[in-house]
Design a protein around this ligand. Structure first.
Ligand code: DGL
Length: 281
């Protein structure tokens, strides 16, 4: 019988781990980031994903920079403990406040939603008058304005917090009369300012995209989820192929699951999630 030398054992271990898939970790304060996960799965069908929605502590958009940074660190640590090879911050508020902190703290690539969204925006605008809408905390951070000015200093940026959009989406009130009134109230001013392109700077807002577009047909609305997925694709260390097609997995963890999650079903429809679990951080 041949003895197993430490060297051959180590070599076998290296070979075995080379074929192991490490998931891409994605997080949001809640469920809105599932719009990003959907695009990621479409674009990267060979990758495994682990998603964490911090539903127990939502909303991040009304919290201070310090708290958003702390929560984001805790969530990212959870993803790293689950062997994530890359972290996607599918939350505008967390990107605005914590992207740099996470990049500093972890040695895996960290991708936020702001830079990819800005790239898409710059391609779309015709008159250089840009609208940015998001949570109070995102708008207060001025992270979008700074990112736009870095790439195109001459553009005019009009930023507007739309804090009622998140609860309307959470309630599943996507195209009610009251939702249309709130859209009018928030966005009329941007229309008067002749803004032509608006970035939906909150992961909940893509669910209101059709209704916003119906109220303001001449706005070009940027949903950054596709651009984020492309940025992840460009940065990812691809998983080994050779698995059966469709063998990749997506697991969704939420820090609280309640029967009030009216939009969860809409978000998960057709996405093929392998497991949905409640977890503690
Ligand atoms: N996910 C957050 C964002 O994209 C919105 C919800 C919240 O306030 O936590 O900014």
């Amino acid at each position: 019988m041949r003895s197993t030398t430490p060297l051959s054992w180590a070599r076998r271990l290296v070979e075995a781990t080379a074929t192991l898939k490490r998931p891409i970790g994605v997080f949001d304060s809640g469920l809105g980031g599932l719009t990003v996960l959907r695009e990621l799965r479409r674009l990267l069908p060979n990758e495994d994903f682990i998603y964490l929605g911090d539903t127990a502590r939502l909303p991040y958009g009304a919290k201070s920079r310090r708290i958003v940074q702390r929560y984001s660190m805790e969530v990212a640590e959870f993803l790293i403990q689950h062997n994530a090879k890359q972290i996607v911050i599918a939350c505008n508020t967390a990107t605005a406040h914590a992207e740099a902190v996470l990049r500093e703290a972890f040695d895996v690539p960290v991708i936020g939603v702001i830079e990819p969204g800005v790239r898409a925006l710059l391609q779309q605008t015709r008159n250089g008058r840009i609208g940015v809408i998001g949570t109070r905390s995102t708008i207060k951070s001025a992270a979008y304005t700074a990112a736009i000015k870095r790439q195109a200093p001459d553009l005019q940026v009009f930023a507007r917090a739309c804090p009622l959009f998140v609860p309307l989406v959470e309630e599943g009130w996507i195209d009610k009369r009251i939702t249309r009134l709130v859209i009018q109230e928030y966005l009329s001013e941007l229309h008067r300012e002749e803004v032509d392109t608006i970035v939906l700077g909150c992961t909940h807002y893509p669910l209101l995209k059709t209704t916003i577009q119906q109220e303001f047909p001449d706005f070009t609305l940027i949903d950054s989820s596709f651009e984020v997925a492309r940025a992840v694709q460009a940065a990812v260390d691809p998983s080994p192929t050779g698995d059966k097609p469709g063998a990749s997995q997506a697991v969704v963890y939420l820090t609280d699951i309640t029967d009030q999650m009216n939009h969860l079903e809409t978000l998960l429809t057709g996405m093929n999630i392998d497991r949905l679990e409640e977890t503690r951080l």
